[in-house]
Design a protein around this ligand. Sequence first.
Ligand code: FAD
Length: 356
Amino acid sequence: MTDVVIIGGGQSGLSAARALNGHGIRPLLLEAGPEPTGSWGDYYDSLTLFSPARYSAMPGQPFPGDPDGYPRRDEVVAYLRRYAGTVDADIRTGTTVTAVEPGPRGGFTVRTAAGELIPAAGVVAATGSFGNPHLPVLPGQAGFPGRLLHVAGYRDPKPHHGERVVVVGGGNSGVQVGYELAEVADVTLATRAPVTFVAQRRDGKDLHRWADESGFDHLPPQWLIHYLGGPAVLDTGDYRAAVEDGRLPRREMFTAFDGEHVVWPGGRREPVDTVLFATGYRPDLAYLEPLGALADGLPLHSGGLSATHPGLAYVGLEFQRAFSSNTLRGAHRDAEFVAAALAAHVRDAPALVGVR
Ligand code: FAD
C-alpha cells in the first residue's frame, strides 16, 4: 500500500522523493529506464551544461569538480546516480507506467506495462518531456526522401559528414548542434526570427550567478515569458560569431518541402540531405489521459498541483512556478511546494486511509 507514487526517475522525480522524505513519506518511484538518471544519458554526446557546477547542484549534494566549470553530460548522469542513493524511496527501475486511473475512495490506481496495479493516495508525474519531441509538419514533408530527424535522436555529427543539413530552431539545442555539425557538413540554421544571444559571462561571472543573486531564477513565469519573448541562446561569443561570419548561416524558416528540396521564402528551392528539427518538446504525460487530467496533452495545473485531481502533482514542467523550474538547480523548489500539499492531502484525507 502506497502513500505516493512518483512516476519518472530523473532530477524531478528524485527531487520529489527527497521533498516527500521531509514530510515523513517514503514514496514508491517508478522509472522506465535501467537507472534513475533521467534522460541525460540520451542527450547528445557533446552536451555541456549551460549552468556551472555550483548552479547545477540539487539540495544536499554539491556537484563535484570545479564549481565554476561546466559539467559534461556523463558527469550529470553520475551525479544523479549518486543522488538516487541519498533519497529514501523504493526505486523500481525497468517499470513503465502506462496509465493512471481513478482508484478507490478518491485515490489512484497506477497501471504498469507489466500489468501491475498499484493503489496510491497521491501521484507525482515527473516524466519530463524528452519522450515527447515536437515535430512540426510542413507542406510536402511526407514526400521528402532525405533524413528527417528530431534533435532528440541526434547523438554526434559523424553520420552527417559531407551532407547538406538544415537545422530548424533558434534555441540552445539548435544552435549548439548546428555549430558542431558545421565542422563536417554544409549547414543552414532555419529560424522564424533572428537568433537572440545572451552573454554567458559578464565581468568574468556566469549569468547564473546574477540570476541567483537577483532572484530572477525564482520569478513567476508569466512575467518572464513576456520579457523573453522567445528562445534565447547562452553564448560565450562563439555561436554569435559563427552565425555572423557565415560558418553557421541563418535564414528565415523554409516554407515547404518539394521532393528532395526545401523551399525558402521567396520560392528558391535547394536540395537537402537532412533536416534536423530542434523544435522542442511537450510534456510526456500520455499515461494521464485515462484520468482526464490533461487538455490537448497538457496538464491542467496551478503551480504543479493538478486543477482536476487533488492528490496529483507535477514536477519538472517548463516554467512550472519559475524560470528555473525545469533545471537541475530549480526542480527542488517546485518539488518542495508540491510535496507539502501532497503530504497534507495524504494526511488529511481520511477516506484514503484504507488505501494506504
Ligand atoms: P527527464 O530527465 O526526462 O526524466 C524523466 C524520466 O521519466 C526518465 O528517466 C524517463 O525514463 C522516465 N519516464 C518517462 N515516462 C515514463 C513512464 N511512463 N513510466 C516510468 N518512467 C517514465 N537543465 C539544466 O539545469 N542545465 C542544463 O545545462 C540543461 N541542458 C539541457 C540540454 C538538453 C539538450 C535538454 C533537452 C535539457 C536540458 N536541461 C538542462 C533541462 C532539464 O534539466 C533536463 O531536460 C532534465 O533531464 C529534466 O529532468 P526531468 O527529471 O524533469 O526529466
